[in-house]
Every structure is written in structure tokens, then in C-alpha cells.
Design a protein. Structure first.
Length: 401
């Protein structure tokens, strides 16, 4: 049995701070807006939807107590709609899609909702604590270091200079600005309004038009003091002695932006689509999840992609477009070099450096962006992938139908 994507919608991304346009909008409201929009766009009976899997990384405060069921309860879909929240860190939104697809492919369910949410202005990253970084005994055993230092380790080991990562980041901004101007995000991006219908945000708030490598070159490294003063550089070099010193090249301008946002996909089998009278847009060809070294924890996208390709009996050249989450510039650069794919077919409309990375939602967001662009270019196959904290990678291959 096949699992099909019938639709994907996402909210605009708002800056994840007190000045962000979505700071006053709860994560429940973000999700309910999308649930309503999916019904409006596809005109289906909500009683047919059996479950909602929602990725969310920081599950406390507004995002605690099972945000998936909270949104389902507020949505008007009906009391029958179940909800489960999951946390695979940055891969959560894509993991939700993969799990929903597995339910459908197994025949256990016919129609599912899958996606994610993160309101980073309201619920701060790391507010949930956790032993991985907070307990020295746990961190020491795995040689675990902060993600920013890990990204700088990747740049140091593979020779990505400050200029190179800044040029990559400037190109992400240029592509995103061009896509925004051309209206490429309009198909599946949903504006956020207040209770009176006043538009709070109708664009991705973080895009910085006119960003250049020279302007980014004026920013100070974000993780240098953390690496040097807290000893994380020494931990990294102990694990990778071939790296003589950590070159701290990442900063706020070449790392993923902190934003608010949500995304949801409608996933089902062939029969349910025929019953609802809507056509599928794509099918899930294959997925892959891998674990990696927790020190150089952000290199998982390439092996996860290889795993997904192998499961599908495909080669990298069979993929028309790639989407990788730009957690840090060096992560995307390493993925392209490791897998051997060109930047001309990767993140063609920019990525998280320009658009932002709402942790639990990003995987679903980039899947929708990928599908929209495949349709716009009349191409067939795409691969979405993300690095994941703690040392993991996730990838999903979709094919238009």
C-alpha cells in the first residue's frame, strides 16, 4: 500500500523574539489556523481524519501537555481526532510525516495529519532542560558539545573558511528574497491573523534583502567564547586530534534563524483520496534515519539520504531537487560535498539561514517547499533532509504523482 501526500500547508515564519510579529500568537493558534486552512482548501469531512502527529521540540509551557491533542481539540474537527506530540529534535516535523506514512502504508490508518510547530518567541529553546547537555556525566561520556561548536568543528575539519560560509549564507538570503519576490511561497504559505481578522504577518519575517558576504563578515563569531572558555574546543580536538584548532566561523547571520511557525501535511492512502474526491500530489518513496557521532553531531543528512536512496533502489542522480535544513552553513555545505550534489539543485529558494528554523515544524515545512517547487518546475522527485542534535540525521524521498 502507498502513502500519499494530499496537501501541505505552513504558516509564515515570524522572528522568534519579543519583537516578532507572531509573539502574541500561541502555538495552538498557529496549528488551528493550518487545520482550518487544510479543510478549506480540500473540502473533506474532518471525521475521516484519524490522528494528528505533531513534532515539537520544547514541550513545556504553551507547547506542553500534548500540543497535538490541544490543537485537535480546538480545531473543530471533532472529539474523535487523536493527537500525539513527538520529539526527534530538529527532525521532528519530518519524523511526523514519516510516522504517519508508515501508519498508512501498514494499513492501520487511512488518513492522517502530520507536521510540527515551534513558537520560539514564547517557549525558549532549551527551556525543557534535559540530561544530554545539562548533566556533565552524560555529556562527558559521549564527548557531547554544543551544536554551534560542532558546526565550527565541521568547518575546521573540512576546510570551510569564514568567507566560504558567509558566501553560502548570503546566497541563501538572495535566493529566498528572489523566491519571495516571485511569489514562489504563496501556494502553501498561510498568513496569520488575529481574532478580528487583522493580518499580523503575511511574509517570512527574517529575510534580509541585500545581505552580502561582506556585510556578514562584520559579525562576531557566536561560539568562540563558548568553545574556548568552557572547554568545548578541547573536547572536540580530543575526539578529532587531526584538527589542530577550532576555527569559529559561525554567527547569527550564517546559522539558522530563530523563528515561530507551524506546518501540517495531509497524508492518506489511495482509496481515501478517491472517497474525498481529491487527488494526491506526491507519494512517499522512502525514508532514512541514522545515528552519528555526538561530537560532530550534524553530519547525519548525507548518510540518512544514502539510506533512503538505497531503500528506494535509487541513485542520487535520480533526485531532481534537494532540500536540506540550513541549521548552520557548514552543515549544508558538508552535505552537498559528502553526497556529491550541486548547489544548483539544492535549496533553490534559500533555506533556514534566510527563512528561519522553527525546530519542530521545519521538516514538514521543507517537504512542502520541495513539493511546491517540483510542481512549479514540472519535475518528479525530491529529497528532504535535516541534521539532528545529539548526532542523528533524517531523510525522506517524495515523488510526484
Amino acid at each position: 500500500m502507498e502513502a500519499y501526500i494530499y496537501d501541505v500547508v505552513r504558516t509564515v515564519r515570524g522572528k522568534g523574539n519579543r519583537k516578532g510579529a507572531l509573539m502574541g500568537t500561541t502555538p495552538t493558534q498557529l496549528l488551528v489556523t493550518l487545520l482550518d486552512k487544510l479543510r478549506e482548501r480540500n473540502d473533506f469531512d474532518p471525521k475521516l481524519v484519524e490522528d494528528f502527529i505533531c513534532g515539537c521540540v520544547t514541550q513545556v509551557m504553551d507547547q506542553g501537555a500534548n500540543i497535538a491533542k490541544t490543537a485537535a481539540q480546538q480545531s473543530g474537527y471533532g472529539d474523535h481526532l487523536c493527537g500525539v506530540s513527538l520529539n526527534r529534535f530538529c527532525g521532528s516535523g519530518l519524523e511526523a510525516i514519516n510516522q504517519a506514512s508508515a501508519y498508512v502504508k501498514s494499513g492501520f490508518t487511512d488518513l492522517m495529519l502530520a507536521g510540527g510547530v515551534e513558537s520560539m518567541s514564547r517557549v525558549k529553546m532549551g527551556a525543557d532542560g534535559g540530561a544530554m547537555m545539562m548533566d556533565p556525566a552524560v555529556a562527558l561520556k559521549g564527548h557531547t558539545i554544543p551544536q554551534g561548536v560542532s558546526a565550527d568543528l565541521i568547518a575546521s575539519k573540512f576546510g570551510y573558511s569564514r568567507r566560504m560560509v558567509d558566501e553560502f549564507a548570503a546566497e541563501s538570503q538572495r535566493r529566498a528574497a528572489a523566491a519571495e519576490a516571485a511569489g514562489y511561497f504563496a501556494k502553501s504559505r498561510i498568513d496569520i491573523t488575529d481574532e478580528n481578522g487583522f493580518v499580523l504577518l503575511n511574509r517570512d519575517e527574517n529575510i534580509r534583502i541585500g545581505t552580502t558576504a561582506d556585510s556578514l563578515g562584520t559579525l562576531k563569531p557566536s561560539f568562540e567564547m563558548m568553545g574556548q572558555m568552557a572547554g568545548f574546543d578541547d573536547v572536540a580536538i580530543q575526539k578529532y586530534p587531526e584538527v589542530a584548532a577550532i576555527n569559529h566561523v559561525h554567527h547569527a547571520g550564517n546559522s539558522s534563524a530563530i523563528v515561530d511557525g507551524a506546518a501540517i501535511a495531509l497524508i492518506g492512502n489511495k482509496e481515501i483520496g478517491e472517497r474525498m474526491g481529491i487527488k494526491p500530489r506526491a507519494r512517499i518513496r522512502s525514508v532514512g534515519v541514522v545515528g552519528t557521532d555526538p561530537t560532530m553531531m550534524l553530519v547525519g543528512p548525507a548518510p540518512a539520504s544514502r539510506k533512503a536512496l538505497k531503500k528506494a533502489g535509487m541513485h542520487k542522480s535520480d533526485i531532481d531537487l534537494y532540500e536540506i535544513n540550513e541549521a548552520f552553513a557548514a552543515v549544508a555545505m558538508r552535505f552537498m560535498e559528502d553526497l556529491g550534489v550541486d548547489h544548483s539543485i539544492t535549496n533553490v529558494n534559500g533555506g533556514a539561514i534566510a527563512l528561519g528554523h522553527p525546530l519542530g515544524a521545519t521538516g514538514c515545512m521543507i517537504t512542502g517547499t520541495l513539493l511546491d517547487e517540483l510542481e512549479r518546475r514540472d519535475l518528479s522527485t525530491g529529497l528532504a533532509t535535516l541534521c539532528i542534535g545529539g548526532g542523528m540525521g533524517i531523510a525522506t524521498i517524495i515523488e510526484r504523482v
